[in-house]
Design a protein around this ligand. Structure first.
Ligand code: 2GW
Ligand code: MN
Length: 295
Protein backbone atom coordinates (compact mmCIF):
# COMPACT_ATOMS: atom_id res chain seq x y z
CA UNK A 1 0.00 0.00 0.00
CA UNK A 2 2.73 2.44 0.94
CA UNK A 3 4.67 1.96 -2.27
CA UNK A 4 1.52 2.19 -4.36
CA UNK A 5 0.45 5.30 -2.50
CA UNK A 6 3.72 7.01 -3.11
CA UNK A 7 3.38 6.64 -6.85
CA UNK A 8 0.21 8.68 -6.68
CA UNK A 9 1.78 11.72 -5.12
CA UNK A 10 4.60 13.98 -6.05
CA UNK A 11 6.86 11.85 -3.91
CA UNK A 12 7.62 9.39 -6.65
CA UNK A 13 10.94 11.08 -7.33
CA UNK A 14 11.81 10.75 -3.69
CA UNK A 15 11.18 7.06 -3.44
CA UNK A 16 14.76 5.97 -4.12
CA UNK A 17 16.49 8.48 -1.92
CA UNK A 18 14.03 8.17 0.93
CA UNK A 19 13.45 4.45 0.97
CA UNK A 20 14.90 4.19 4.43
CA UNK A 21 12.60 6.88 5.74
CA UNK A 22 9.46 5.76 3.92
CA UNK A 23 9.90 2.21 5.10
CA UNK A 24 9.40 3.25 8.70
CA UNK A 25 7.37 6.43 8.69
CA UNK A 26 3.88 7.59 8.11
CA UNK A 27 5.38 10.55 6.33
CA UNK A 28 4.36 10.12 2.73
CA UNK A 29 1.34 7.85 2.91
CA UNK A 30 -1.79 8.98 1.16
CA UNK A 31 -4.13 6.76 3.19
CA UNK A 32 -4.34 6.18 6.94
CA UNK A 33 -4.85 2.66 8.34
CA UNK A 34 -8.53 3.58 8.89
CA UNK A 35 -8.75 4.60 5.22
CA UNK A 36 -8.93 8.35 5.54
CA UNK A 37 -7.13 10.20 2.74
CA UNK A 38 -3.96 12.14 3.56
CA UNK A 39 -3.98 15.18 1.32
CA UNK A 40 -0.87 15.92 -0.72
CA UNK A 41 -0.52 17.76 -3.98
CA UNK A 42 -1.34 15.53 -6.90
CA UNK A 43 -3.74 13.07 -5.26
CA UNK A 44 -6.96 14.96 -5.98
CA UNK A 45 -8.72 16.55 -8.94
CA UNK A 46 -9.70 20.05 -7.94
CA UNK A 47 -12.26 20.48 -10.73
CA UNK A 48 -14.23 17.47 -9.52
CA UNK A 49 -14.07 18.64 -5.90
CA UNK A 50 -14.96 22.26 -6.68
CA UNK A 51 -18.13 21.02 -8.30
CA UNK A 52 -18.98 18.72 -5.38
CA UNK A 53 -18.61 21.55 -2.87
CA UNK A 54 -20.00 24.40 -4.97
CA UNK A 55 -23.05 25.00 -2.77
CA UNK A 56 -21.20 24.89 0.55
CA UNK A 57 -20.22 27.81 2.75
CA UNK A 58 -16.92 27.63 4.56
CA UNK A 59 -16.04 29.48 7.77
CA UNK A 60 -12.54 30.47 8.84
CA UNK A 61 -12.17 31.00 12.57
CA UNK A 62 -9.27 32.94 13.99
CA UNK A 63 -8.27 34.67 17.23
CA UNK A 64 -6.23 37.88 17.20
CA UNK A 65 -5.91 39.43 20.63
CA UNK A 66 -3.36 41.75 22.14
CA UNK A 67 -0.18 41.99 20.08
CA UNK A 68 -1.32 39.27 17.71
CA UNK A 69 -3.67 41.78 16.03
CA UNK A 70 -0.66 42.69 13.89
CA UNK A 71 -0.82 39.28 12.19
CA UNK A 72 -4.42 39.71 11.08
CA UNK A 73 -3.86 41.93 8.02
CA UNK A 74 -1.38 39.59 6.30
CA UNK A 75 -3.43 36.56 7.37
CA UNK A 76 -6.66 37.85 5.80
CA UNK A 77 -4.99 39.26 2.70
CA UNK A 78 -3.31 35.94 2.00
CA UNK A 79 -6.59 34.12 2.65
CA UNK A 80 -8.26 36.29 0.02
CA UNK A 81 -5.62 35.14 -2.47
CA UNK A 82 -5.46 31.45 -1.62
CA UNK A 83 -8.21 30.22 0.72
CA UNK A 84 -11.31 28.70 -0.90
CA UNK A 85 -11.15 31.02 -3.88
CA UNK A 86 -14.47 31.06 -5.75
CA UNK A 87 -16.46 29.59 -2.84
CA UNK A 88 -18.67 31.22 -0.22
CA UNK A 89 -16.51 32.15 2.76
CA UNK A 90 -17.22 33.72 6.15
CA UNK A 91 -14.39 34.85 8.37
CA UNK A 92 -14.98 34.76 12.12
CA UNK A 93 -12.37 36.98 13.71
CA UNK A 94 -12.24 37.32 17.49
CA UNK A 95 -10.32 40.22 18.93
CA UNK A 96 -10.11 42.32 22.09
CA UNK A 97 -9.91 45.59 20.11
CA UNK A 98 -12.54 45.56 17.36
CA UNK A 99 -11.95 49.26 16.67
CA UNK A 100 -8.27 48.68 15.89
CA UNK A 101 -8.89 46.14 13.17
CA UNK A 102 -8.78 47.40 9.60
CA UNK A 103 -11.21 45.45 7.48
CA UNK A 104 -9.60 44.40 4.21
CA UNK A 105 -11.45 44.59 0.94
CA UNK A 106 -13.02 41.21 0.32
CA UNK A 107 -13.85 39.46 -2.91
CA UNK A 108 -17.41 38.62 -3.91
CA UNK A 109 -19.21 35.96 -1.78
CA UNK A 110 -16.89 36.60 1.16
CA UNK A 111 -17.85 38.28 4.44
CA UNK A 112 -16.06 39.17 7.64
CA UNK A 113 -17.59 38.96 11.12
CA UNK A 114 -15.58 40.78 13.75
CA UNK A 115 -16.36 39.73 17.28
CA UNK A 116 -15.23 40.94 20.67
CA UNK A 117 -13.52 38.62 23.12
CA UNK A 118 -11.81 39.37 26.41
CA UNK A 119 -8.02 39.09 26.44
CA UNK A 120 -6.75 36.63 29.00
CA UNK A 121 -3.70 37.56 31.03
CA UNK A 122 -1.82 34.28 30.54
CA UNK A 123 -1.00 33.38 26.94
CA UNK A 124 -1.83 29.77 27.63
CA UNK A 125 -5.35 30.90 28.47
CA UNK A 126 -5.62 33.02 25.30
CA UNK A 127 -4.80 29.99 23.22
CA UNK A 128 -7.15 27.69 25.17
CA UNK A 129 -9.99 30.25 25.27
CA UNK A 130 -10.52 29.48 21.60
CA UNK A 131 -12.10 26.16 22.51
CA UNK A 132 -14.67 27.79 24.78
CA UNK A 133 -15.53 30.39 22.15
CA UNK A 134 -15.80 27.69 19.50
CA UNK A 135 -18.18 25.68 21.65
CA UNK A 136 -20.61 28.58 21.88
CA UNK A 137 -20.20 29.66 18.27
CA UNK A 138 -20.79 26.21 16.80
CA UNK A 139 -23.80 25.62 19.04
CA UNK A 140 -25.63 28.90 18.55
CA UNK A 141 -24.69 30.83 15.48
CA UNK A 142 -22.86 28.74 12.92
CA UNK A 143 -25.43 26.04 12.16
CA UNK A 144 -27.50 28.67 10.33
CA UNK A 145 -24.55 30.31 8.57
CA UNK A 146 -22.03 27.79 7.27
CA UNK A 147 -21.45 24.12 6.44
CA UNK A 148 -17.76 23.65 7.28
CA UNK A 149 -15.51 25.44 9.73
CA UNK A 150 -11.75 25.73 9.51
CA UNK A 151 -9.85 26.89 12.62
CA UNK A 152 -6.45 28.52 12.31
CA UNK A 153 -3.66 30.26 14.21
CA UNK A 154 -3.33 33.89 13.13
CA UNK A 155 0.48 33.97 13.09
CA UNK A 156 0.41 32.30 9.67
CA UNK A 157 0.03 33.26 6.01
CA UNK A 158 -1.34 31.35 3.07
CA UNK A 159 1.36 30.94 0.43
CA UNK A 160 -0.34 28.60 -2.03
CA UNK A 161 -3.74 27.11 -2.85
CA UNK A 162 -5.90 25.85 0.03
CA UNK A 163 -9.30 24.76 -1.23
CA UNK A 164 -12.18 22.35 -0.85
CA UNK A 165 -9.81 19.37 -0.93
CA UNK A 166 -9.38 19.99 2.82
CA UNK A 167 -13.08 19.71 3.65
CA UNK A 168 -14.46 16.74 5.53
CA UNK A 169 -16.35 15.76 8.66
CA UNK A 170 -13.27 15.86 10.92
CA UNK A 171 -9.98 17.13 9.56
CA UNK A 172 -6.59 17.51 11.24
CA UNK A 173 -3.14 18.49 9.98
CA UNK A 174 0.08 16.61 10.68
CA UNK A 175 2.49 18.82 12.64
CA UNK A 176 5.34 19.73 10.25
CA UNK A 177 7.94 19.00 12.91
CA UNK A 178 6.63 15.46 13.46
CA UNK A 179 5.90 13.92 10.10
CA UNK A 180 9.12 11.90 10.17
CA UNK A 181 8.97 11.14 13.86
CA UNK A 182 8.15 7.82 15.53
CA UNK A 183 4.93 7.79 17.59
CA UNK A 184 6.94 7.13 20.73
CA UNK A 185 8.48 10.56 20.39
CA UNK A 186 5.24 12.48 19.76
CA UNK A 187 4.80 15.27 22.28
CA UNK A 188 1.43 13.99 23.46
CA UNK A 189 0.47 14.62 27.07
CA UNK A 190 1.95 11.61 28.87
CA UNK A 191 0.86 12.34 32.45
CA UNK A 192 -2.04 10.13 33.36
CA UNK A 193 -3.63 12.77 35.58
CA UNK A 194 -4.42 15.04 32.61
CA UNK A 195 -7.55 14.62 30.53
CA UNK A 196 -5.29 14.96 27.48
CA UNK A 197 -3.32 11.82 28.44
CA UNK A 198 -2.55 9.45 25.57
CA UNK A 199 -0.74 6.24 26.56
CA UNK A 200 2.21 4.94 24.55
CA UNK A 201 0.92 2.74 21.77
CA UNK A 202 -2.13 4.94 21.12
CA UNK A 203 -2.48 7.79 18.64
CA UNK A 204 -1.51 7.87 14.99
CA UNK A 205 -0.03 11.27 14.13
CA UNK A 206 0.99 14.35 16.04
CA UNK A 207 -1.46 16.99 14.83
CA UNK A 208 -0.92 20.73 15.09
CA UNK A 209 -3.70 22.92 16.46
CA UNK A 210 -2.78 25.70 14.03
CA UNK A 211 -5.10 24.25 11.34
CA UNK A 212 -8.00 21.85 11.70
CA UNK A 213 -11.62 21.74 10.69
CA UNK A 214 -14.80 19.87 9.99
CA UNK A 215 -18.53 20.23 9.80
CA UNK A 216 -20.10 22.63 12.29
CA UNK A 217 -21.57 19.66 14.16
CA UNK A 218 -18.22 17.90 14.41
CA UNK A 219 -16.37 21.03 15.53
CA UNK A 220 -19.04 21.50 18.17
CA UNK A 221 -18.34 18.02 19.52
CA UNK A 222 -14.58 18.44 19.27
CA UNK A 223 -14.45 21.84 20.97
CA UNK A 224 -16.84 20.70 23.70
CA UNK A 225 -14.65 17.68 24.47
CA UNK A 226 -11.46 19.76 24.46
CA UNK A 227 -13.02 22.52 26.56
CA UNK A 228 -14.28 19.97 29.11
CA UNK A 229 -10.78 18.51 29.28
CA UNK A 230 -9.23 21.93 29.82
CA UNK A 231 -11.71 22.75 32.62
CA UNK A 232 -11.23 19.37 34.31
CA UNK A 233 -7.44 19.87 34.23
CA UNK A 234 -7.75 23.36 35.66
CA UNK A 235 -9.77 21.96 38.59
CA UNK A 236 -6.83 19.67 39.29
CA UNK A 237 -4.44 22.58 38.91
CA UNK A 238 -2.70 21.14 35.91
CA UNK A 239 -2.34 22.18 32.29
CA UNK A 240 -1.58 19.89 29.38
CA UNK A 241 1.94 20.15 27.97
CA UNK A 242 0.81 21.85 24.74
CA UNK A 243 -2.47 23.32 26.02
CA UNK A 244 -5.42 22.78 23.69
CA UNK A 245 -3.16 21.14 21.09
CA UNK A 246 -2.75 18.26 23.58
CA UNK A 247 -6.52 17.99 24.00
CA UNK A 248 -7.02 18.11 20.24
CA UNK A 249 -4.58 15.24 19.83
CA UNK A 250 -6.39 13.25 22.51
CA UNK A 251 -9.71 13.81 20.76
CA UNK A 252 -8.34 12.82 17.36
CA UNK A 253 -6.65 9.71 18.77
CA UNK A 254 -10.06 8.31 19.74
CA UNK A 255 -12.26 10.08 17.17
CA UNK A 256 -10.14 9.55 14.12
CA UNK A 257 -10.12 12.27 11.49
CA UNK A 258 -11.99 11.44 8.30
CA UNK A 259 -9.34 13.36 6.38
CA UNK A 260 -5.74 14.16 7.29
CA UNK A 261 -3.80 17.08 5.86
CA UNK A 262 -0.10 16.62 5.06
CA UNK A 263 2.45 19.21 6.25
CA UNK A 264 1.84 21.06 2.98
CA UNK A 265 -0.97 22.63 5.02
CA UNK A 266 1.21 23.85 7.90
CA UNK A 267 4.81 24.52 7.12
CA UNK A 268 7.61 26.48 8.73
CA UNK A 269 10.56 27.40 6.55
CA UNK A 270 12.89 27.01 9.53
CA UNK A 271 12.24 23.26 9.59
CA UNK A 272 14.43 20.60 7.97
CA UNK A 273 13.21 18.37 5.09
CA UNK A 274 11.44 21.20 3.30
CA UNK A 275 12.49 19.62 -0.01
CA UNK A 276 9.99 16.83 0.69
CA UNK A 277 7.14 19.35 0.75
CA UNK A 278 6.36 20.46 -2.77
CA UNK A 279 3.66 23.00 -1.97
CA UNK A 280 3.92 25.16 1.10
CA UNK A 281 0.36 26.31 1.42
CA UNK A 282 0.13 27.74 4.93
CA UNK A 283 3.26 29.11 6.53
CA UNK A 284 4.28 30.15 10.02
CA UNK A 285 5.24 33.81 10.27
CA UNK A 286 8.56 34.17 12.05
CA UNK A 287 8.16 36.26 15.13
CA UNK A 288 10.28 37.69 17.85
CA UNK A 289 9.02 35.53 20.69
CA UNK A 290 10.47 37.68 23.45
CA UNK A 291 8.88 40.84 22.10
CA UNK A 292 5.46 39.53 21.05
CA UNK A 293 4.89 37.29 24.01
CA UNK A 294 5.72 39.69 26.79
CA UNK A 295 2.66 40.94 28.57
C1 2GW B 1 0.41 33.25 22.41
C2 2GW B 1 1.59 32.89 23.06
C3 2GW B 1 2.27 33.82 23.83
C4 2GW B 1 1.77 35.10 23.94
C5 2GW B 1 0.61 35.44 23.29
C6 2GW B 1 -0.10 34.52 22.53
C7 2GW B 1 -1.32 34.91 21.83
C8 2GW B 1 -1.97 33.99 21.02
C9 2GW B 1 -1.81 36.24 21.87
O1 2GW B 1 -1.31 37.14 22.57
N1 2GW B 1 -2.90 36.57 21.12
C10 2GW B 1 -3.53 35.65 20.33
O2 2GW B 1 -4.49 36.01 19.62
N2 2GW B 1 -3.10 34.35 20.31
C11 2GW B 1 -3.84 33.37 19.49
O3 2GW B 1 -3.52 32.05 19.88
C12 2GW B 1 -3.44 33.53 18.02
O4 2GW B 1 -4.51 33.14 17.18
C13 2GW B 1 -2.32 32.51 17.93
O5 2GW B 1 -2.01 32.15 16.61
C14 2GW B 1 -2.89 31.38 18.78
C15 2GW B 1 -1.86 30.36 19.32
O6 2GW B 1 -0.75 31.02 19.85
P1 2GW B 1 0.67 30.93 19.10
O7 2GW B 1 0.42 31.10 17.62
O8 2GW B 1 1.65 31.88 19.69
O9 2GW B 1 1.10 29.47 19.42
P2 2GW B 1 2.11 28.53 18.57
O10 2GW B 1 2.40 29.14 17.24
O11 2GW B 1 3.29 28.22 19.43
O12 2GW B 1 1.21 27.29 18.32
C16 2GW B 1 0.92 26.00 18.77
O13 2GW B 1 0.76 25.77 20.16
C17 2GW B 1 -0.32 26.48 20.80
C18 2GW B 1 -0.46 25.98 22.21
O14 2GW B 1 0.61 26.35 23.01
C19 2GW B 1 -1.64 26.28 20.08
O15 2GW B 1 -2.10 24.95 20.27
C20 2GW B 1 -1.49 26.57 18.61
O16 2GW B 1 -2.71 26.28 17.95
C21 2GW B 1 -0.39 25.72 18.04
O17 2GW B 1 -0.24 26.04 16.67
MN1 MN C 1 0.97 29.93 15.93
Amino acid sequence: LTEKSIELGHCERKLESNKNIIGRKAALQVLTPWLAPIIWDGIYDLNVLNDQFKDKTIGLFVFAVKKYIRFLGPFLESAERYFMVGHKVRYYVFTDKVAEVQKPKLAEKRVLSLMEVTADQRWQDVSMRRMQVLTNLTREQLPQEIDYLVCADVDMVFGDHVGVEILGDRVATIHPGYFLVEPHSFSYERRQISEAFIPYGHGDFYYMAAFYGGTVEEIYKLSTACQNGIVADKKKNIEAVWQEESHLNKYMAYNKPTKVLSPEYIWDTDLPNGDMIKRKRFLAVHKNHAEIRNR
